[in-house]
Design a protein around this ligand. Structure first.
Ligand code: ADQ
Length: 517
């Protein structure tokens, strides 16, 4: 084992560009759906493409006696759906919708999107107990708070761990059934499947296995409290390639493996070798379908929706801020509300001239911390609105709606500022979606430096979400920004996201995975 001190934020031993520059000579061309499709065909050849995630990209639910198909609000599925549409293949995920069984065949399979089928969705069925232990238990009561270090204490229970291990086994069975002995590229998503890569490595010799870790990886000090840390690390080292958003998370993973396992570390190549098997680590920031978002934002349908929203929320002549999140304690929503409160107290000239719209879709409500957060947010909105309201005007509008991706750009377009105030976040796609929606080069992004996105989006107004007064002052600064500065910053932000879009992210991962062979 080599010894090494903990990676620090901003560590620059591997240049950030190395995570996105590849295929020299071709970077002048933007990555599109079409280009990715050709690239995947060339790189993967006859390998089957299989994506695995907990959340399914399309969910069937029973609504008013009818079956509706919805796209769940999750960064992971929003990012991967355009890739699967481009490349085809099979997506294996937990079938969690109330009408999922009725809309799949007897092996849990169906073609999606339902109105224009492009790939196969293979649903895995879990009992309530399995879902409780694996998803609400070990994944979201243990690993999620452990990795985010947002001062919510992780909870480690043996029965959760056992259910988690069991469900990883069920997913392994489903994947093995899909690929048989064929050559395949299995692309696993996230912290729900730390044991799956090892199970596949042992049982599918023709599979090339890669995993993307969508949340932060903490430093070894934080991680060491996990009672099953060796199993988790050993499972993840079943991957040929393990990718994170940023280099800091890779460094933390290397340091954690160094601390906890007998393994050979190659810090030059960013690789870990154990039992004669190597896992390469890679920083590659996830992104969005920039063009898709941008052109949807400019459509006449969105134009009409923008007008509708301005009337609905009485926005004429007012400055507008927006927040769009799953209701999660890592997203810094109470901090954001406190900042709005402080802003109105310090800059009373904005009373009646300002509206903050928070779209907070309920998430993981079976977990007490999430329920408490929902109550805290409700209470804060009520308290702040009461403090500042005059006549019919209240400063904060709280919507518990799931906004369809087709309509979301309208919300981004009505906002002079988008507030992304995460206490810790792997990337944060909302920041990139806001930028992509502002084809008019207007608007400003207030961004927490504790998001992965802050590394790329340097023209955003970066403010520590724990520093409430600073956030309030930044809002005031944004509202008095000269037009040229607002436009210049947004133009630059758009260039950055346009260039590093989600198709490029996928191409980079596939390219690097193939190179590990
Ligand atoms: P999340 O924490 O779920 O995912 P985030 O990056 O914040 O991800 O994206 C959330 C997605 O859900 C966005 O596409 C957003 O538009 C959508 N969404 C949020 N609220 C919504 C609402 N009310 N209605 C409809 N859609 C809504 C994890 C990590 C992140 C990482 C992503 C992708 O925690 O750090 O960026 O994966 O890797």
């Amino acid at each position: 084992m080599t010894s090494h001190k903990t990676g620090v934020e901003g560590d620059s031993r591997i240049p950030v560009e190395s995570s996105i520059e590849f295929n020299p000579g071709s970077m002048d061309r933007p990555w599109t759906e079409e280009r990715l499709r050709e690239f995947v065909r060339a790189r993967l050849g006859d390998r089957k493409l299989v994506v695995v995630s907990n959340r399914e990209p399309y969910m069937h639910v029973e609504k008013d006696g009818e079956t509706a198909c919805i796209q769940p609000a999750s960064g992971v599925t929003v990012a991967l759906d355009p890739i699967m549409k481009a490349c085809g293949g099979t997506w294996v995920a937990h079938g969690s919708g109330s009408a999922d069984r009725a809309s799949s065949d007897n092996r849990g399979r169906l073609k999606v999107p339902p109105d224009n089928p492009r790939y196969t969705l293979r649903r895995v069925w879990l009992s309530k107990e399995e879902e409780d232990g694996y998803y609400y238990g070990f994944s979201n009561r243990a690993l999620w708070p452990l990795c985010h270090v947002a001062y919510t204490r992780p909870e480690f229970r043996r029965e959760h761990w056992e259910a988690y291990a069991n469900v990883n086994g069920l997913f392994a069975e489903a994947v093995l059934e899909e690929i048989g002995d064929d050559p395949a590229f299995v692309f696993i998503q996230d912290y729900h499947f730390t044991l799956l890569p090892r199970l596949l490595r042992e049982n599918a010799p023709n599979a090339l296995i890669a995993q993307f870790w969508h949340i932060p990886w903490p430093n070894p000090e934080a991680f060491r409290i996990c009672p099953w840390k060796k199993e988790v690390l050993g499972g993840l080292l079943g991957n040929h390639l393990l990718a994170f958003h940023i280099q800091y998370h890779c460094m933390n993973f290397l340091d954690t493996a160094d601390r906890e396992l007998e393994a050979r570390l190659d810090r030059e190549r960013f690789a870990i070798t154990r039992w004669e098997q190597s896992t390469r680590l890679l920083p590659v920031p996830i992104s969005i379908d920039f063009d898709g978002f941008s052109s949807r934002a400019a459509s006449t349908a969105i134009e009409a929706e923008v007008r509708h929203l301005r009337t609905r929320f009485h926005l004429e002549g007012k400055r507008v801020a927006i927040g769009v999140d799953r209701l999660d304690y890592t997203k810094g929503i109470p901090e954001r509300l406190h900042a709005v409160d402080r802003f109105l107290s310090r800059y009373p000239q904005y009373k009646e001239m300002f509206v903050f719209i928070q779209i907070g879709v309920p998430s993981r409500v079976h977990i007490a911390e999430y329920r408490r957060l929902g109550e805290e947010v409700e209470a804060l909105v009520e308290e702040i609105n009461w403090r500042h309201k005059t006549g019919p005007w209240v400063p904060i509008v709280l919507l518990h709606e799931h906004v369809n991706q087709d309509v979301l750009p309208a919300y981004y377009r009505i906002a002079d500022v988008c507030m992304v105030t995460s206490l810790h976040d792997g990337m944060n796609l909302v920041a990139k979606e806001y930028v992509a929606s502002r084809f008019d080069n207007r608007g400003a992004l207030l961004l927490s430096p504790f998001t992965g996105a802050s590394r790329e989006l340097q023209e955003a107004f970066q403010v520590n979400p724990y520093a409430v007064d600073e956030m309030a002052d930044t809002l005031a600064r944004i509202f008095s920004l000269p037009f040229e500065e607002e436009e210049g910053r947004m133009r630059k932000l758009r260039e950055r996201v346009l260039d590093a879009n989600v198709f490029r992210w996928a191409a980079k991962i596939i390219d690097e995975a193939v190179r590990t062979l």
